[in-house]
Design a protein around this ligand. Structure first.
Ligand SMILES: [Ca+2]
Length: 180
């Protein structure tokens, strides 16, 4: 009888349990670079430098995109990890560009950065026409800067940076409470 009670309790506990690294894409190495925050798995690719398209392609290969810092809490999580866990002081690509239309910034999930949305741009950015890809600078409290997406002059002007990938995890939606 006791066992009859125990099983449903265990099932409930495991459903309520927070996500773990096991929920990250299975082809990613389970190492120090993986972190869970809310319903996403973040991969801090800090030992490789790629230009924006190549970095985003690397994330897509595992089913994700460059990180979408669309809210202050995700932004703060990323900056906190870069600063305190990885001690990483240089800029990392995030998934935001105005490649298609100058000054219309679009997240890699296709949503447009609207006038009232969270943003964290550094002031005094120049050369907007040439700089279409966003990176955040952990040494400046995570301020966003736009940079050239790709290298030029045979790599003399390099666009290669570290980056953070985000993988949205598949969450079984909880059954809505039955009213009555
Ligand atoms: Ca631009």
């Amino acid at each position: 009888m006791f066992q009859d009670l125990l099983l449903p309790v265990l099932v409930l506990i495991s459903l309520a349990d927070a996500m773990t690294l096991n929920d990250c894409p299975s082809d990613l190495a389970r190492d120090h670079s993986l972190q869970i925050y809310k319903n996403s798995c973040f991969q801090f690719v800090l030992d490789h430098h790629r230009d924006y398209p190549e970095a985003n392609k690397d994330c897509k290969r595992h089913g994700g995109t460059l990180a979408l810092t669309k809210t202050k809490d995700v932004q703060d999580f990323l900056v906190g990890q870069l600063e305190h866990t990885y001690h990483h002081g240089s800029v990392v690509w995030i998934g935001l560009t105005d490649m298609v239309k100058e000054d219309t910034y679009v997240w890699e999930d296709g949503t447009v950065l609207g006038p009232n949305d969270f943003k964290h741009w550094a002031s005094g950015r120049l050369l907007h026409q040439f700089d279409d890809c966003a990176a955040l600078d952990p040494s400046e409290n995570g301020l966003w800067y736009d940079y050239p997406c790709e290298s030029h002059l045979f790599g003399l002007i390099s666009a290669e940076k570290s980056y953070v990938c985000e993988y949205k995890m598949q969450v079984a939606s909880p059954t809505p409470p039955v009213e009555g």
